[in-house]
Design a protein around this ligand. Structure first.
Ligand code: SF4
Length: 385
């Protein structure tokens, strides 16, 4: 196989590592030819195109859901570090990609595979003098010195937890140990606390493969944010893959993945605790409306809120008012009272969502359609939910 054929194979199987862009919002069609180009959310909320391939898909692991599992009949290919670095530089120089996401299956053992990624990193940084963005995956059970070496050349590193606990993990990846994955996450968190990486650390969970509940996922995410300070926990909807033991399982609804991102945003940025979120008796988030709206409907005693007097923390709990619009509202209030919905709209408030929960200079509003959901890319990126 030449490098381009390898790229087609290894770009396609890398799609199962997500970079924070919910399927439901994606307008980016991955073509066969450019399967290695992946849409991701950057630190400032902008979309970036990443070159995302595995260094190899030859794996010792036999995870039930994975395209690279050792028992699956599929072509196995590998890049040499030079080959992978040269290819990335070509697409970067041509302007097709803006950054790099390096990952690998586990070939022979985790350290040997991680060393292959480190060799690629060194070539990119030293030989090609590449100074742009690199996200490097830390493979499960990689030794400490190799974690440090990977971090030295990376803007971001990540360890995938895959599931919210051992019981669920065993149903996805029978040979993986949740406690050891948590130890690796702790290791990269400590490293990031001592020597902060430019774009921090992240982790990823597979959603909908094992009947885990939204509550179990969000409870774990809340613990991770408080203990390990990841920049993001990513949620990757399960997709059944042919010729794997999970090929007949149902795929995760893209909307579920999106609701988890919204709930995540509420605990990470809006001061909600997981206990406050509107899970049903089975621990599921509502699908017919976003979790902030569902929470507000369960708490009529807290609304309506007078926009001209409410404190920041109270404003951001109003559906349709996000952190940015709350800041703009508070700053505008210094110039005078906000009296109309039109004015509120100019500050970025989603008025159709907010109108039934607010008072503007003593005036209350009825009507509107707070249930009408606007699945806009922009709303997700700025998290005005
Ligand atoms: S170890 Fe990773 S690449 Fe290998 S089968 Fe499991 S999930 Fe797939």
């Amino acid at each position: 196989m030449n490098s381009k054929d390898k790229l087609r194979v290894l770009g396609k199987v890398a799609e199962f590592d997500v970079c924070g862009y919910p399927q439901v919002l994606s307008t980016h069609k991955r073509s066969e030819r450019f399967s290695f180009i992946y849409q991701a959310v950057g630190k400032d909320g902008k979309c970036v195109r990443l070159f995302k391939v595995l260094k190899t898909n030859q794996c010792e692991g036999n995870c039930y859901y994975c395209a690279n599992r050792k028992d699956r009949n599929s072509p196995r290919v590998s890049f040499t570090p030079d080959e992978l670095a040269d290819l990335f530089m070509k697409y970067y120089t041509d302007g097709l990609v803006e950054g790099c996401f390096l990952s690998s299956a586990i070939y022979e053992n985790p350290d040997k595979s991680q060393e292959g990624l480190i060799d690629t990193l060194r070539i990119l940084r030293k030989k090609h003098k590449y100074r742009g963005y690199i996200h490097t995956k830390i493979l499960p059970e990689t030794s400490k010195d190799l974690i440090y070496e990977s971090a030295k050349y990376s803007d971001r590193i990540s360890v995938n937890l895959e599931a919210p606990g051992q019981d669920w993990l065993s149903k996805l990846s029978p040979d993986k140990n949740f406690a050891r994955l948590i130890s690796s996450l702790r290791e990269i968190s400590n490293l990031n606390a001592r020597n902060p990486l430019k774009s921090g650390i992240t982790t990823q969970l597979v959603v909908g493969g094992t009947q885990e509940s939204d509550r179990s996922i969000i409870n774990l995410a809340a613990k991770l944010y408080s203990e390990f300070k990841p920049w993001r926990v990513y949620y990757s909807g399960f997709i059944p893959i042919k010729d794997t033991p999970m090929e007949t399982n149902y795929p995760c609804e893209p909307l579920r993945e999106f609701r988890l991102y919204q709930a995540d945003s509420l605990i990470r940025k809006y001061g909600f605790s997981p206990d406050e979120l509107p899970f049903d008796a089975n621990g599921a988030l509502p699908t017919d409306m976003d979790p902030k709206l569902a929470w507000a409907k369960l708490h009529p005693e807290l609304f309506p809120v007078e926009v001209n007097g409410a404190a920041f923390q109270k404003l951001i709990k109003v559906p349709g008012i996000g952190k940015i619009s709350a800041e703009r509202i508070i700053s505008a209030r210094k110039e005078g009272k906000i009296k109309t919905l039109e004015a509120l709209k100019r500050f970025g408030t989603v008025v159709t969502r907010a109108r039934n929960f607010i008072i503007l200079d003593g005036r209350q509003f009825t009507g509107g359609d707070s249930n009408k959901e606007i699945l806009q890319k922009q709303l997700f990126l700025w998290e005005e939910i």
